[in-house]
Design a protein around this ligand. Structure first.
Ligand code: F3S
Length: 644
């Protein structure tokens, strides 16, 4: 039977399950990557599994998020990451080497391989023909220990690219166009697979801009075929031997289709505060919206060609007096190349402010815009407040459109800049991997350095057969992972310190919650609809677990948070009759008898409200494997039991 590219790669890695859309499958993982903000926890979890060396073909630990060192915490994390990598067979990309996705594309991604990363933009490597997916740190730890990755078989959407991009129109405009059509929910449960004649004219870094921002569609991942452009890119990176041709069968079928005509595509821009709020730039150009900040960089748009094009536009020009232009090259490779060929001098001469090769302003690490400012960025997200300034208006656009805003001082169609600077891939990329440290040859000699910010990983215990616990908190609908576990510059550096970070659980909703939950020892949380919506932040399950929360009973869950609760051994239950929510109060004593028997017997469980003397029914909807994970006290214990 004819197969699309996604089906081919999944089939080659299938461990269990049926390749039917929506059904659970398990696949083997070839490569993993982590970044520092999620990596510390992933490696603590990996250590707890007791597997001495990673079993993947390649695992890389990057440092790109928390690179500011205004206290000891981030520096402690970096030393831990470096030593734990050396000990367990993991490559370590030192701070300064660049953003994980950019560096992975340049130096490690391979066509046809599966890549699992503890960062939502891991699909960037789909530009190379990898099946690259983001997941929680615990899933990465399991994959490094040789375990399979479980997911629901995705639907596959064909995006056919016709024609060729016009001058001043870029790969970023293609993905913004796809976002305009499919919206931020349009990719959920789907892989976006690019086909058509337009593919051949896009270089690997351009393809990677498109697959990177597939994350904003909510897609499982996005992927391009591996073809002549892939071979050329790998040759230029000195990795010709990593090339393998890969494409969908000519008569492959897809679940859905979208056609984008590159011949007629115009420069696009995503308006505040959502990446799918997309219009053609020329629709805004006539309004001459003044711009106060322009930021070029991020894992989406900071390749060699991106930076060279910026330099060409800036050459002989001056950054507008009202604009702060900040530039962060995506990798040391790009940074060094533009430094050596003089392009960096053009960027600096024009008045740009240079940042290190890291995520930086993309996660609000410095360079917050001024109050009420308009910031035009080559990044991938523009949610309210993400820039660090609550009332800033962030627009997302190509590097070309950013460059136009930087010199003109307002949102402008880049065609206003005149002649288009045609820039090609370099003859050869500058290859110098000295900032990537190979694992130790004698792991026994390596001592893992744990500064005061690295605390031992709390591990859950197996679930008791009788659960009797008070309700420590009752919340309403649409609780986000930000409500449960806030982010921000104060909390983020505590991610490897669960006792410290757990002091922040639910504090925005109820400042007394952490102390109360700890005092109760074990407890249950009651919630409304869409509980745990937002990010994949696993600390929103791990930290409540640390505080003794054993079960959560709600009207409905956001999918990823429910999966995280299971991973950490918290029982995720749903009311059968939503009116029962109203009968429970904070402080009520809840009891479930014969828990193991009830969970295994079917989906429904009887719960007693001891305080009120009533009973009600909940459902668990767990698969057999998930039941075993819950009973074991979480995925970590379950994985150890499986003795992989
Ligand atoms: Fe970093 Fe922003 Fe990408 S935080 S990994 S540059 S989405």
């Amino acid at each position: 039977m004819a197969k699309n590219l996604t089906q081919k790669i999944i089939e080659a890695h299938l461990v269990s399950g049926e390749m039917v859309a929506g059904k659970e499958i398990a696949i083997r993982i070839d490569q993993t990557l982590t970044q520092d903000a999620t990596g510390t926890m992933a490696y603590l979890q990996f250590e707890a599994m007791g597997v001495p060396q990673v079993k993947t073909e390649l695992s890389v630990s990057y440092v790109d998020h928390n690179t500011l060192q205004s206290g000891f915490e981030n520096a402690d994390d970096h030393r831990f990451l470096q030593t734990v990598a050396a000990k367990h067979g993991i490559h370590f990309s030192r701070p300064g080497n660049g953003i994980c996705h950019q560096v992975h594309l340049e130096r490690f991604a391979k066509p046809g391989k599966t890549l699992l990363g503890s960062d939502s933009h891991t699909p960037t490597a789909g530009g190379m023909g990898s099946l690259a997916m983001g997941a929680g740190g615990l899933d990465i730890a399991v994959a490094m220990a040789g375990g399979a990755f479980y997911l629901n078989m995705p639907k596959v959407v064909k995006v056919e690219l016709k024609g060729k991009l016009k001058p001043w129109t870029a790969a970023k405009d293609i993905i913004l166009e796809v976002l305009r059509h499919l919206t931020v929910k349009g990719g959920v449960g789907r892989v976006i697979e690019y086909t058509g004649e337009g593919v051949a004219s896009l270089s690997v870094p351009e393809r990677a801009t498109i697959t990177n921002m597939g994350a904003e569609l909510g897609a499982t991942t996005s992927i391009f075929p591996s073809d002549e452009a892939t071979r050329i890119y790998l040759e230029k990176q000195g990795r010709g031997e990593d090339f393998a041709p890969l494409a969908a069968d000519a008569d492959a079928t897809y679940d859905e289709e979208l056609i984008i005509d590159l011949n007629t595509l115009e420069p696009n821009i995503a308006q505040p505060h959502s990446p799918d709020n997309v219009v053609a730039v020329k629709e805004l150009a006539s309004k001459r919206i003044p711009v106060q900040q322009v930021a070029v960089g991020s894992c989406t748009n900071s390749s060699y060609v991106d930076l060279m094009r910026l330099a060409e536009v800036l050459k002989g020009r001056t950054v507008h007096p009202n604009v702060s232009l900040v530039v962060s090259p995506g990798s040391k490779q790009v940074f060094e190349m533009i430094a050596r060929n003089g392009a960096l001098a053009d960027i600096l001469a024009a008045g740009a402010r240079l940042l290190e090769s890291a995520c930086g302003p993309c996660i609000g690490m410095g360079q917050a815009p001024s109050s009420g400012a308009v910031s035009v960025r080559s990044f991938n997200r523009n949610f309210e407040g993400r820039s660090g300034t609550a009332d800033a208006s962030v627009y997302l656009a190509s590097v070309e459109t950013c460059a136009a805003a930087a010199v003109l001082g307002y949102i402008a169609d880049p065609n206003e800049l005149g002649e288009f600077p045609a820039i090609d891939l370099p003859e050869k990329y500058l290859v110098d991997d000295r900032l990537v440290l190979a694992p130790a040859e004698n792991p026994a000699d390596v001592e893992v350095v744990r500064g005061p910010n690295i605390k031992p990983l709390p591990v859950n215990t197996a679930l008791a057969d009788v659960l009797t616990a008070p309700v420590s908190l009752k919340v309403g609908d649409n609780i986000t992972t930000d409500h449960i576990m806030p982010a921000g510059a104060k909390v983020l550096p505590l991610r490897s310190n669960i006792p410290a970070i757990s002091e922040h659980v639910y504090v925005r909703v109820d400042p007394q919650f952490p102390a109360r939950a700890k005092e109760l020892g074990k407890s249950v949380i009651i919630g409304g609809h869409n509980y745990g919506q937002g990010s994949s932040r696993e600390h929103a399950a791990l930290a409540p677990m640390y505080l003794g929360v054993k079960a959560v009973i709600v009207k409905s869950y956001a999918r990823i948070h429910r999966a995280n609760l299971i991973n950490f051994g918290l029982l995720p239950l749903t009311f059968v009759n939503e009116n029962d929510y109203d009968t429970i109060a904070q402080g009520d004593e809840i009891a479930i008898d014969n828990l193991t028997e009830q969970i295994k017997a079917g989906n429904e469980i009887t719960v007693k409200n001891v305080t009120k003397g009533t009973t009600f029914t909940v459902t668990h909807d767990l698969t057999g494997r998930q039941i075993d994970i819950i009973l074991a006290g979480g995925l970590l214990n379950y994985t150890k039991q499986q003795a992989i």
